[in-house]
Design a protein around this ligand. Structure first.
Ligand SMILES: [Zn+2]
Ligand SMILES: [Zn+2]
Length: 263
């Protein structure tokens, strides 16, 4: 641990003494209490872009009023000009706006690892609202997080998607494996890259752990990530799993939509 990281750890430990965890809104940081749903204050709860209405049948992102059919602009364009996505179906809990961005920032960059479990609960509620508990429990053989690169994980002290996936899988009663997909190289942040550059950036960035790659054969898999924008990252992982024989690969993201930032 570097001196800077050590000081940060001590600093956080002292903050925890003064401000016990679980008292703050996970988006705006205002004092609230942990009896609140998802630990969001009233204002943030109401400002979340919860996906309750029309969303894309393929990728799950919210549809704009100007989207005429069942698919978003990106998915309908792919239908026509390809290449098809490797994943089968996507789900998102909320459209990606300011409140969603704050939650993701507090979790990933603010060091509040406990937000991962709350996001797991949000993911779970999203899925049972569509499928119900029993159907969800029998839908997938494996829940896998999209892994961060080791360097980023070490900097943050945790793998954010793994915490979300664990929180989701334990509620759903599904098998969770945080180590099956491995990030083999660091990628530059997707922010600021165009769609084609994103594809190149992520191409070949994942592999399956040798000892577990046979588990993909015939498996129905649910991938978990914090945000879905162009779909390049999740599709790269889905393609790899399909190459190893996965029969179905869906994904579930906390937020989906237009790109403000991306990780
Ligand atoms: Zn708030
Ligand atoms: Zn779509």
């Amino acid at each position: 641990m570097s001196k800077g990281e050590w000081l940060k750890t001590i600093g956080n430990a002292m903050l925890d003494l003064v401000y016990p965890p679980g008292l703050y809104c996970i988006s705006c940081g205002k004092i609230t209490d942990d009896s609140r749903t998802y630990r969001l204050c009233n204002e943030c709860m109401q400002s979340m872009n919860w996906i309750t209405a029309r969303h894309c049948e393929k990728c799950g992102r919210p549809l704009a009023d100007t989207d005429p059919g069942a698919l978003c602009f990106g998915c309908s364009r792919r239908e026509v000009s390809g290449p098809p996505f490797s994943f089968d179906k996507g789900h998102a809990c909320a459209g990606y706006g300011a409140v969603e961005q704050s939650v993701i920032f507090a979790f990933k960059y603010g060091g509040y690892a406990d937000i991962g479990d709350i996001m797991g609960e949000i993911l779970y509620d999203r899925m049972i609202s569509e499928y119900g508990r029993d159907e969800l429990a029998s839908m997938y053989d494996l829940v896998l997080p999209i892994p961060s690169h080791r360097d980023r994980r070490l900097r943050r002290g945790f793998d954010h998607a793994a915490l979300m996936a664990e929180g989701f899988a334990k509620r759903a009663g599904l098998q969770f494996d945080p180590g099956m997909i491995v990030r083999t190289r660091a990628t530059v942040p997707m922010k600021g890259l165009g769609p084609h550059e994103r594809l190149l950036n992520i191409k070949g960035a994942f592999s399956l752990k040798n000892s577990r790659s046979s588990l993909a054969e015939g498996a129905r898999i649910l991938l978990i990530d914090d945000i879905f924008t162009t779909g390049a990252t999740v599709d790269e992982a889905a393609g790899l799993l399909k190459e190893h024989g996965a029969s179905r690969v869906d994904f579930l993201a906390f937020a989906g939509g237009a790109d403000i930032i991306a990780g």
